[in-house]
Design a protein around this ligand. Structure first.
Ligand code: ADP
Ligand code: MG
Length: 323
């Protein structure tokens, strides 16, 4: 599918965001043998922003996040985080960043507090500093009430919040999370998002997260869409919805077979989904004239706003729910 990635918009964004970029990535590539996982990507992340890095499974999200967090060596390209270059300055960068991995690194048999104390002990803090750091991390993630529970016995959402607390003990400025909400039920996903948004809004932290839930990316300040190792779209959630999705008039006709020939004759574009006829709208008010014109054929109708999922389908040609 033709992708409509707009290089001019990109360059403009680069210019605007460059002033306060805390993460800069240029021409980054990585292959595993014959598999070219990341094919030359550029990224800029504004200090204090929440960035969603979205793409289907296998797109290259984890590979990218592992390179950004110094865990995987790029084949080529540059990464600068908080002014430090990945490679020569990895130790400095590790102080700046916290990482929440896709799979937890904590010990199921230890309590939440024991896990955090052990992890915190890697940072060379005094006992007193460590106690304070762990308590602070527990406060911001709202896990004091489960401090004495065994990690292995917690629910998925509780575990995620403890994982996030673990990544916060050394007070990083940038938090990376790889699919923090994957596999959680919708309500739990919201709770984890609350925690992430709180970190950004109240602590001024820069958050870089990957997700394959496009609707979730709608809550970010900025979205990069990666597909097959390349950035295929970028912008604010509103930019992406405006550019790649449209509002629709969804009509339940009296008889589909009588109704669609009328649309064909009037050259009104439409799609059929089960017993619903979906008409894309350039302007939401166009719905009014269409409803008036065809009212005798309409059982019911609704006007829906374009969604992030629609935008994703338009950008990648893929349905996320198939992934
Ligand atoms: P995502 O996180 O977006 O699902 P990944 O970065 O994990 O994508 O994977 C990108 C591509 O690289 C996929 O084709 C995947 O199969 C491949 N890949 C990832 N890790 C490895 C590895 N350690 N060895 C070989 N291939 C890998
Ligand atoms: Mg991944």
């Amino acid at each position: 599918m033709e992708n409509t990635f707009n290089q001019d918009v990109y360059l403009l964004n680069v210019e605007v965001m460059n002033m306060e970029a805390i993460i800069e990535v240029h021409a980054l590539t990585k292959s595993y043998g014959d598999i070219r996982a990341v094919k030359g990507i550029d990224l800029l992340v504004k200090k204090g922003s929440l960035l969603a890095f979205v793409g289907p499974n296998g797109a290259g999200k984890s590979t990218t996040i592992h390179m950004l967090t110094t865990l995987l060596k790029p084949d080529s390209g540059d990464i600068i985080i908080a002014g430090f270059k990945v490679g020569p300055n990895d130790e400095k960068i590790k102080h700046e960043i916290g990482i929440v991995f896709q799979d937890s690194v904590l010990d199921d048999l230890l309590t939440v507090q024991e896990n955090l104390m052990i992890r915190g002990s890697f940072y060379g803090l005094t006992r007193k500093e460590l106690n304070i750091a762990v308590a602070n991390a527990m406060t911001v993630t709202d896990i004091h009430d489960i401090a004495k529970r065994r990690f292995g016995k917690l629910s998925g959402g509780q575990k995620r919040r403890v994982d996030i607390a673990r990544a916060l003990i050394h007070q990083p400025n940038v938090l990376f999370l790889d699919e923090p909400t994957t596999g959680l039920d919708p309500q739990t996903r919201l709770k984890v998002w609350d925690t992430i948004e709180k970190l950004q809004k109240e602590k001024g932290m820069t958050v870089f997260l990957t997700t394959h839930y496009m609707e979730e990316a709608g809550k970010a300040d900025y979205v990069y869409v990666i597909d097959d190792g390349k950035i295929v779209a970028m912008g604010s959630p509103n930019d992406l919805k405006n550019q790649y999705s449209s509002d629709t008039l969804q009509i339940k006709p009296l008889h589909k077979k009588d109704f669609t020939p009328l649309l064909d004759a009037d050259q009104v574009p439409y799609k059929i989904q089960a017993d619903t006829v979906i008409i894309p709208l350039n302007d939401v008010w166009d719905a009014e004239a269409l409803i008036a014109k065809y009212r005798l054929h309409i059982v019911s109708f609704q006007v829906l706003n374009g969604t992030m999922d629609d935008a994703f389908v338009a950008i990648t040609g893929k349905e996320l729910r198939d992934l």
